[in-house]
Write a protein that binds this ligand. Structure first.
Ligand code: SAM
Length: 251
């Protein structure tokens, strides 16, 4: 793992999960819903699943642990996050470094198509609407008929009063479950950069010169419409808490 001790990486992975729960207080439940959707579609047999924007692999790992016949390939552009994820050594999870805005990314997975399912967690809001449309068309082309794309993310409702209420109930939820004081995104990255034990991964990240500056603010409905336009037969949310959604698209 690029010269980083497994114990160091695992410590950072635990800190990553806690940091993410500051923004997604029901993150573990949301992961379970994604797993339930994939289980429903694959019916317990062998299946290949792609995890888009997998980061350090929280969802990939949970999928593989819950579904013993599933092989997961995580795709992410950040070598540092991928490197931390290598501390988890489930043989049915692997990850590849690729940019999802590059149309050639499916080849990088090494997973022969058509795929049974693709999943994603808190990642695709980083893509522009144009890149997202292209990504959805690529997914539609690579999933088998009846296969699914399952996206777990905070997606707006597109109506000002509802979006304000959604934000308020999320804040209330973080207070109830106790994640409101968890380390935030900026503090996590700052602390990481100050950990000399991570120098090899930090070097790999700066060599990759990744920049995730753009953000789309598409609503859950706009995502569903883009998915239908891309070739999915059906698309809509199957689970929701405020703006927190599990959106499913069926090929
Ligand atoms: C907030 S993290 C979520 C990671 C993981 N899915 C999770 O839930 O813990 C967003 C991830 O999306 C990845 N990402 C953003 N834009 C990307 C792109 N164009 N290609 C590949 N990965 C991308 C980032 O590198 C980052 O790992």
């Amino acid at each position: 793992m690029q010269g980083v001790a497994a114990e160091t990486a695992i410590r950072w992975l635990q800190r990553w999960d806690a940091q993410q729960e500051r923004y997604v207080p029901d993150r573990e439940e949301r992961f379970r819903v994604v797993i339930d959707v994939v289980r429903e579609v694959i019916g317990g047999g062998p299946a290949g699943v792609v995890d888009l924007g997998c980061g350090p692999g929280s969802l990939s790992q949970r999928l593989a642990e819950a579904l013993p016949e599933v092989h997961v390939v995580g795709v992410d552009a950040d070598p540092l996050l991928l490197g931390l994820g290598q501390a988890n050594t489930n043989p049915r999870v692997r990850s590849v470094e690729a940019d999802l805005t590059n149309p050639g990314w499916p080849d990088a997975t090494g997973l022969p198509g058509p795929w049974d399912a693709a999943v994603s967690s808190t990642a695709l809001h980083w893509l522009t609407p144009e890149d997202l449309g292209q990504l959805y068309r690529t997914l539609a082309a690579n999933l088998r008929p009846g296969g699914v794309f399952v996206n777990a993310d905070n997606l707006g409702l597109g109506q000002p009063a509802l979006d304000t209420i959604a934000e308020a109930i999320r804040a209330a939820r973080t207070r109830r479950v106790g994640t409101e004081r968890n380390e935030d995104w900026a503090a996590w990255w700052q602390a990481l950069q100050e950990d000399d034990d991570l120098a090899p991964l930090l070097d790999a990240r700066s060599d990759a010169a990744i920049a995730h500056s753009s953000q789309n603010s598409l609503t859950v409905w706009q995502h569903a419409e883009l998915l239908r336009q891309a070739g999915f037969a059906e698309a809509g949310p199957v689970w929701q808490f405020g703006d927190d959604h599990v959106l499913v698209a069926v090929r």
